[in-house]
Design a protein around this ligand. Structure first.
Ligand SMILES: *Cc1c(COP(=O)(O)O)cnc(C)c1O
Length: 376
C-alpha cells in the first residue's frame, strides 16, 4: 500500500490538519544512503526533533533500519533521544557541552563534538574527574567559519598531545558549506583541508559529508557520513534529474468553509488579492502558527487531488484561503481535505514557493496537527 496516495483513513478525526509521516520511507531512504556509501558507516541526524517529524518515532525506525550512530545538536536533545533508542546506539552532540554540562554528557553517555580549545580543556578535566578516558569528536573548521578549530589550532593540538590527555578522540569531523552545489570549488578545498588535518593525527576516523556531501561522490565519504535531510526526502541538490529519496510526509488540512468571492472583492487581511472575476474559495484550517509561512502567499498553493489551488491573499495564523474554482462542484464535500504537502507537491516544492528550503519547511511544522505514523 502506498499510504502517501491512499484515501485518508483519518478523515473523521477532529484535527484541523493531519501530518502523516511514513517511517517505512524514512527507513528506505536510510538504506538507500547506506548503500551509496559502501563500507563507510552511515549515521542518522535527528536534531530538532528529527527535523520536526518526531524523534520518538523516527529514531527507533532508523535503528530498526540499521542505524547505530545518531547525531543531535544539543545536550538536552541527546538526553531525550536516549529514551528512544537502545544503549547499543551512540549519540553524538554536535554543539558539544557547555562546561557546566560535561557531567550530564557522561551520565547519559553522550559523545560530544569538541569545537574549541575551551571545550577540549573542559572535557579533559572531566576525564580527570571521572578517572578514565572519555570519548569525543574533534571538529575542524575547513572553511565554513562556523564550528570547530581552525587548521592552525588543530595543528597546535596535534603537536601538544598533553592537551588531549584523557580524551579518546574517536572521530575528526568537519562540515561542508556548499555541498548542495556540486561544482562549487569550495568542496574540493574543504576536502583537501580535511585530508591535511587528518594527516596530522593519522589513523583516526574522519567524517565530512552530510546529505548533499554523500552525492559529491566517494571521495567525500571518508569513514562516516551524517545525513539528515535526505532521510526525510529532501533532494540533495537541484541538479539531480530525479530525487532518489522517497517522500516521507503528507500534510493535509480540512476545509472549514466554502464561499464565493465576488468580482472586485478582496480576500484575507489587507484585501491584497482582488480579481475582476468571481471565484470560489475554501477557507482551510492551517496557518502560519502551523508552519505555513506567510511567504507562501503568492506562489504557494494547496492541492485537491491533482488540482492546484492557489493561495488567495495573506496567510492568517490559523487559516488560509485557497481558490477552488477549478474543482468540479460535485467533488466538493463538507469536511474535505486538501494537501499542503503531498503526492503532487513535495517538501521541496512547498519550500521553493515560499522562498525557503525544505529544511525550514520541515522544522517549522506546527504542533497542532494530528500526527499519524505509518510503519509496516
Ligand atoms: C545538520 C547537520 C548535519 C545533517 O545535515 P543534512 O544536510 O540535513 O544532511 C550533518 N552534520 C552537521 C554538522 C550538521 O549540523
Amino acid at each position: 500500500m502506498n499510504v502517501l496516495t491512499s484515501a485518508p483513513a483519518w478523515a473523521a478525526t477532529r484535527a484541523g490538519a493531519v501530518l502523516t509521516v511514513n517511517l517505512d520511507a524514512i527507513a528506505s531512504n536510510y538504506r538507500t544512503l547506506r548503500k551509496m556509501c559502501g563500507d563507510t558507516a552511515c549515521a542518522a541526524v535527528v536534531k530538532a526533533d528529527a527535523y520536526g517529524l518526531g524523534a520518538a518515532q523516527v529514531a527507533p525506525a532508523l535503528e530498526r533500519a540499521g542505524a547505530q550512530e545518531f547525531f543531535v545538536a544539543h545536550v538536552d536533545e541527546g538526553i531525550e533521544l536516549r529514551r528512544y533508542i537502545t544503549p547499543l546506539c551512540r549519540i553524538t552532540v554536535l554543539h558539544g557541552p557547555r562546561p557546566a554540562a560535561t557531567r550530564d554528557c557522561v551520565r547519559h553517555s553522550l559523545r560530544p563534538v569538541l569545537n574549541s580549545p575551551e571545550q577540549i580543556e573542559a572535557w579533559r578535566q572531566e576525564a580527570v574527574h571521572q578517572g578514565h578516558p572519555l570519548d569525543a569528536v574533534i571538529q575542524i573548521d575547513t572553511g565554513m567559519s562556523r564550528f570547530g578549530l581552525s587548521p592552525a589550532q588543530f595543528r597546535s593540538l596535534a603537536e601538544e598531545p598533553s592537551l588531549l590527555a584523557g580524551i579518546d578522540v574517536s572521530l575528526l569531523m568537519s562540515h561542508l558549506a556548499c555541498a548542495d552545489a556540486p561544482r562549487n570549488e569550495a568542496n574540493i578545498m574543504q576536502r583537501q583541508r580535511m585530508r591535511d588535518a587528518s594527516a596530522l593525527m593519522p589513523g583516526l576516523s574522519v567524517s565530512l559529508a552530510a546529505s548533499s556531501g554523500i552525492f559529491l561522490g566517494s571521495d567525500y565519504h571518508f569513514s562516516l557520513v551524517r545525513p539528515g535531510a535526505a532521510l526525510y526526502g529532501i533532494a540533495p541538490n537541484a541538479e539531480l534529474a530525479v530525487n532518489p529519496l522517497l517522500p516521507v510526509l503528507r500534510l493535509s488540512a480540512r476545509v472549514l468553509q466554502i464561499r464565493t468571492i465576488g468580482a472586485g472583492e478582496g480576500a484575507g487581511y489587507g484585501l491584497t488579492d482582488r480579481a475582476q472575476v468571481p471565484r470560489r474559495a475554501a477557507v482551510v484550517a492551517i496557518g502560519y502558527a502551523d508552519g505555513l509561512t506567510r511567504h507562501a502567499a503568492g506562489e504557494g498553493c494547496a492541492w485537491f487531488g491533482s488540482t492546484r489551488l492557489p493561495i488567495l491573499g495573506r496567510v492568517s495564523m490559523d487559516s488560509v484561503i485557497v481558490d477552488i474554482s477549478d474543482v468540479p462542484e460535485q467533488a466538493l464535500t463538507q469536511d474535505m481535505l486538501v494537501d499542503l504537502i503531498g503526492p503532487h507537491y513535495g517538501v521541496d516544492d512547498a519550500a521553493q514557493a515560499a522562498g525557503t528550503i525544505g529544511y525550514e519547511v520541515l522544522t517549522s511544522l506546527g504542533r497542532r496537527f494530528h500526527r499519524d505514523y505509518i510503519a509496516s
